[in-house]
Ligand binder design. Structure first.
Ligand code: NAD
Length: 368
């Protein structure tokens, strides 16, 4: 298979971890006989420095002509004081989501068995690791509804103070398309889907629940569907996360629950994500930021970037076998005790603590 990949490494540790991500993709192409053509482009602070905008036209052109976007991380203190629309995240990442209609955010919360002791929950609750897929709706709900702030004027003309409104809006087609993505994910896993809402209070959630039930019954009767209010879902994630397979939820609930799920896993440097459009075009990136505090020191864990590449192979190119091979190589590297600083513990022997490039090389070695 031949694919063209837009490579947007970004700022901070972005270029360091992207180097390792590409090393691993090259190993996949050697082992499985694929051709990946990389088109590199600037994004974020480095793009602003060169072109005066964090998402320059040159970069959009590269993305327009690619089969997928492989993204590192953007941002850093140098660009924090720019006007909001020129900051790396607001000026590059959000427009990329809007331009390519990336409405479905897939965030696996995975703990590889050998890292269960490093997680924030007691290891008996995570025995054998953890593997949840959170599917978050990314372009609707309260973050995209109209909002306003106004002064509340009483009948006698007195100003009582400001009031603010944010509209949480969802339509049936929006709910159906994210449910379809979640069902497809569930079908490739254990066929269990939990839909999270607040249907005891919110009208948008009542519509959400009814639409999910109708859609799953009609199109995916093999899937075991259950429903949970968001407050209970947070409690269940924090106490008994292994009960979940795939979770589907709206934008804001997904924002909060996916951060909670990643906190449970205990290692931000291990977690990838995919943001997909209706046509299957996607942006694949680690969930962490540009980590300016460790940039340039070779200490960054590249595995979230590598796993984002594995998601790209699976979801954008349909290369599940190749994606699984990357995950298996990482599992073997971890089982053999190799760690980067962020996932090492006091008992890790010094010669097993690897720098960014050492970890990339190890994954390649186990993959070949
Ligand atoms: P961060 O995720 O960059 O870092 C948080 C902590 O985690 C830091 O201590 C960092 O050293 C550590 N860390 C992150 N990734 C790591 C890795 N791969 N290996 C080892 N340790 C790792 O979050 P932050 O410090 O809040 O933000 C830094 C910059 O990143 C900001 O400018 C922020 O706006 C930006 N940011 C970008 C994205 C993105 O590009 N999608 C996401 C979040 C934050």
């Amino acid at each position: 298979m031949k694919k063209c990949i837009a490579v947007l490494a970004g700022d901070g540790i972005g270029p360091e971890i992207m180097r390792e991500g590409l090393k691993v993709l090259n190993a996949v192409s050697r082992r499985f006989g694929h051709t990946f053509e990389y088109r590199e482009a600037l994004v974020g602070g480095c793009a602003y420095d060169k072109y005066g905008h964090p998402l320059p036209d040159e970069t959009k052109k590269v993305c327009n002509n690619a089969d997928a976007i492989y993204f590192g991380a953007v941002g850093g203190p140098k660009w924090d004081t720019l006007p909001a629309e020129l900051t790396p995240e607001r000026g590059a990442l959000l427009p990329l989501r809007a331009i390519y209609g990336l409405f479905a955010n897939l965030r696996p919360a995975v703990i590889f068995g050998p890292l269960a002791d490093a997680a924030s929950l007691k290891s008996e609750r995570l025995k054998g690791g953890l593997d949840i897929m959170i599917v978050r709706e990314l372009t609707g709900g309260v973050y995209f509804g109209k909002s306003k702030v106004k002064s509340l004027i009483l009948k006698d003309g007195a100003v009582q103070g400001d009031y603010a409104v944010d509209y949480m809006i969802y339509s049936v087609p929006e709910i159906q398309r994210i449910t379809k993505v979640a069902c497809e994910a569930a079908m490739k896993r254990n066929k269990r889907l939990t839909s999270v809402d607040k249907a005891n209070v919110l009208e948008s959630s009542k519509l959400w629940r009814k639409t999910v039930i109708d859609y799953v019954q009609k199109n995916y009767p093999q899937i075991q569907l259950n429903h949970m209010y968001v407050d209970n879902a947070a409690m269940q994630l924090a106490t008994n996360p292994k009960q979940f397979d795939v979770i589907v939820t709206e934008n804001m609930f997904g924002d909060i629950l996916s951060d909670l799920a990643s906190a449970i896993t205990g290692s931000i440097g291990m977690l990838p994500s995919a943001s997909l459009s209706e046509t299957g075009f996607g942006l694949f990136e680690p969930i962490h930021g540009s980590a300016p505090d460790i940039a340039g020191q070779g200490k960054a864990n590249p595995l979230a970037q590598v796993l984002s590449g594995a998601m790209m192979l699976k979801y954008a190119f349909g290369l599940s076998k190749e994606s699984d091979a990357i995950e298996q190589a990482i599992m073997s590297v971890l089982e053999d005790g190799y760690r980067t600083c962020d996932i090492a513990c006091a008992a890790t022997p010094k010669d097993k603590i690897l720098l960014t490039s050492g970890m990339g090389n190890k994954v390649v070695e186990y993959l070949e």
